[in-house]
Design a protein around this ligand. Structure first.
Ligand code: FNR
Length: 382
């Protein structure tokens, strides 16, 4: 279907899953174990009620804001997600073009299927982040940081910490057992970190069941990162603002805030449910931080991702203190349905839904959204 005929993100997910190859579909949609966290990421938003105020002038509605002082037209951004070219040949560059049209931020994955230089090319005014997985071989990471530091369009670095080892994604593993290469990548898909050892990913009588695309991508990733050693090392190799992604407890949010101003922000995320199943959705972590250490919101920017399907989901996260709200799979699904235009349509739909929600709530500006506009009683009992 033409992307402009689709009305919501559910329709994009439906059509995208039919258009993707079985391996790409398994890689994109899979999540850890029993998919509890993946599903809960979304359903938790349906348990938060909005508290609309009436009799207010809602002629004006302003969604523009800043992310780490960078002006953006929406608090919505694209979360880092690997291998966009499995969805469409335009890949991460297609997503970048859609973001440029709407003036929103894109976080480029370490496992992007194109060179970072080629993704940001031509978008001089773009707001990009670069997500890094630190490698066992630190020299490789240092070389990558040198490249990223040199790109003016990259405004911040996102260090993902919730997946020092990959989660157990059975759909992804199952696909690699069906024969062929375990990596879903068609020929020509280039990873920043080079080639992947395909032999270990497919079912093989010697090595046992296939590991799947997710596990293949993780080879070489360091699992020895710590607050004490990694942050000083990172600070020696970049001047970019640092964001820590994958915070899932108020204790770690507090620790991250203690590392301000070196750490400028945190992303509350359970990796789209792809790492530890039954880990909490970002909403729960937001509520924990509000309760136990609200000063975190003053010291670092708090962003969230996971399960965003509707403008009301975005608005609820903002009410609870998020400054930025990321979408992962939704952008890939947009790309699968219509390349750059598909991503544009996904953003257009969310923008319109956010504006409608704000108007019906009686709020003119995103900075005026706050806890008084949500009822979280049900979620707080969980
Ligand atoms: C991811 N995610 C991810 N995160 C990250 O820090 N680096 C990465 O390379 C990837 N790769 C990746 C691939 C795919 C296919 C998915 C679906 C996700 C996690 C991503 O940034 C984000 O946390 C979740 O996708 C958010 O959940 P939703 O929006 O997909 O529900």
């Amino acid at each position: 279907p033409h992307p402009n005929t689709l009305l919501n993100l559910h329709e994009f997910a439906h059509h995208a899953t039919r258009l993707l190859s079985p391996k790409a579909r398994a890689y994109y949609t899979s999540a850890a174990d029993d998919l509890f966290s993946k599903d809960f990421n979304h359903t938790v938003y349906t348990r938060i009620l909005l508290r609309p105020r009436i009799f207010r002038d809602c002629t004006i509605c302003t969604t523009s804001t800043t992310l780490l002082s960078n002006p953006v037209s929406l608090p919505l951004y694209i979360s880092p997600a690997a291998l966009a070219r499995l969805a469409h040949p335009s890949g991460e560059a297609g997503i970048a073009a859609a973001c440029a049209k709407y003036g929103i931020a894109q976080v480029i994955s370490h496992n992007a299927s194109m060179r970072v230089e080629d993704i940001v090319a031509g978008h001089e005014d773009g707001v990009f982040g670069y997500q890094i997985y630190i490698q066992q071989d630190r020299k490789k990471s240092e070389e990558l940081l040198t490249r990223v530091n040199a790109l003016r369009q990259i405004k911040f670095l996102v260090l993902t910490l919730d997946a020092p080892v990959p989660g157990k994604r059975e759909d992804d593993e199952r696909q690699s057992n069906l024969g062929g290469s375990g990596v879903a990548a068609p020929s020509g898909v280039q990873l920043a970190k080079g080639t992947v050892d395909v032999s270990k990913t497919s079912a093989n009588p010697e090595t046992g069941p296939g590991a799947g695309t997710g596990r293949a991508l993780f080879w070489g990733t360091a699992s020895d990162l710590t607050w004490k050693t990694t942050l000083p090392w990172l600070a020696r190799h970049t001047d970019l603002p640092i964001i820590l992604k994958g915070i899932q407890t108020h204790e770690d949010a507090y620790l991250a805030a203690l590392h301000a101003p070196l750490v400028k922000g945190i992303v509350l995320s359970n990796h789209g449910g792809r790492a530890l199943d039954t880990a909490p959705p970002a909403v729960h972590t937001l509520l924990e931080i509000r309760k136990f250490c609200p000063e975190v919101f003053e010291r670092v920017e708090v962003w969230v991702d996971g399960g965003i399907r509707r403008g009301t989901d975005v608005v609820k996260a903002l009410c609870l203190g998020a400054r930025g709200v990321g979408i992962g799979r939704a952008a890939l699904f947009g790309l699968a349905v219509g390349g750059m235009e598909g991503v544009e349509r996904v953003v257009e739909i969310l923008k319109a839904e956010i504006e409608t929600a704000m108007r019906l709530l009686g709020v003119e500006r995103v900075e005026d959204l706050g806890p008084r506009y949500v009822n979280t009683r049900v979620v707080e009992r969980e």
